[in-house]
Design a protein around this ligand. Structure first.
Ligand code: CP
Length: 333
């Protein structure tokens, strides 16, 4: 666990532009909307024959995934390639981390290769913030998920998916269901939804999977899924994150599924036009019924596709913010 200060002291440059992307917390509505609008332009580009733009040409992006990933790692790699960057995926399992090299030494080694951007996933909360505080000034850091703290690009691809289907946020009731306690995704979603003006954010979970004082984030807590799902416009399901559970927090998976699994039957309680989301990976029959995951309301694969556009947006914005900062520093010398 790393200590953290106000993220905006570090993730924004002196002109208020993004130069790292560490968390959705504290970012303005204008900034989140700029990310969504920029991502929208890349969604349109994906429909074209040539899916590349030169925005990161000549830049080197290093993907540092100290934790497993399918969606985030793949879509960051594709996003960087579609921005024309040179991409290096450091395989942590076969890297010198296994010989005891520290995170700081690994970073200094990658910096010595004139990297311009680090995309980092790490099991420790605050790892991305720590890296952004310690890298060479011109290097941008993008948080690809740190411990149970934040997963900001996941939250923004979720916001993009909601905006595409619902048009706006102000009239929406959104329910986040499942293992809120261990979820970096839920925290980033709550901050983004609040800033974008969602009418109501509900969290639905057993008390053992709810963080203490979660109400302070501006959410309504439900421990009964039947009550919590009533008339919601968006249902966001979460996986049980067993890799972060230090003790048995549930009687059994089958009991969890019966009380908190999203089934066809429970989905009938939501608004007729509701959509179903899940950041993945999904566990069928644990938090979601197969027919719901694959059904007409499911946005799960759309979320994956939107991950490319959102990651292209934050990478291009952060690189531009770094270059503006660097230019301003040179001019003041
Ligand atoms: N949603 C998400 O972060 O998935 P991965 O762990 O596969 O990247």
């Amino acid at each position: 666990m790393f200590e953290q200060q106000d993220p905006n002291l570090i993730q924004l440059n002196s002109a208020g532009q993004l130069k790292h992307f560490l968390t959705t917390e504290g970012l303005s509505r204008e900034m989140l909307t700029e990310i969504l609008d920029t991502a929208d332009s890349f969604v349109d580009m994906s429909a074209q024959q040539v899916k590349k733009v030169p925005l990161l040409r000549g830049k080197t992006v290093v993907n540092l995934f100290f934790e497993a990933s399918t969606r985030t790692a793949s879509t960051f790699e594709l996003a960087a390639k579609r921005l024309s960057a040179d991409v290096l995926n450091l395989n942590i399992k076969t890297s010198s981390t296994s010989k005891g090299e520290t995170l700081k030494d690994t970073l200094m080694t990658m910096e010595a290769m004139h990297s311009d951007m680090f995309v980092v996933r790490h099991s420790d909360s605050g790892a991305a913030h720590y890296i952004a505080s310690n890298v060479t000034p011109h290097v941008a850091v993008i948080n690809a998920g740190d411990g149970r703290h934040a997963h900001p690009t996941q939250a923004m691809l979720d916001m993009l998916t909601i905006r595409q289907h619902k048009g706006e946020f102000e009239s929406l009731t959104v329910a986040i269901v499942g293992d809120i306690l261990h979820s970096r995704v839920a925290r980033s979603q709550i901050h983004a939804l609040r800033t974008l003006g969602a009418k109501e954010i509900r969290v639905i979970a057993p008390t053992t999977l709810l963080p203490r004082h979660i109400e302070a984030l501006g959410v309504t807590v439900y421990t009964d899924m039947i009550q919590g799902l009533k008339d919601v416009d968006v249902v966001m399901m979460l996986r049980l994150q067993k890799e972060r559970m230090q003790s048995a927090l549930l009687p059994s998976e089958s009991e969890f599924y019966s009380l908190y699994g999203l089934t066809e039957e429970k989905l009938k309680l939501t608004h007729p036009d509701s959509i179903v989301m899940h950041p993945g990976p999904i566990n069928r029959g644990v938090e979601i019924e197969t027919s719901v995951a694959d059904g007409p309301k499911s946005m799960i694969l759309k979320q994956v596709t939107n991950g490319i556009a959102v990651r292209m947006a934050v990478m291009s914005m952060a690189m531009s913010g770094q270059m503006t900062e660097h230019q301003a520093e040179r001019e003041s010398e």
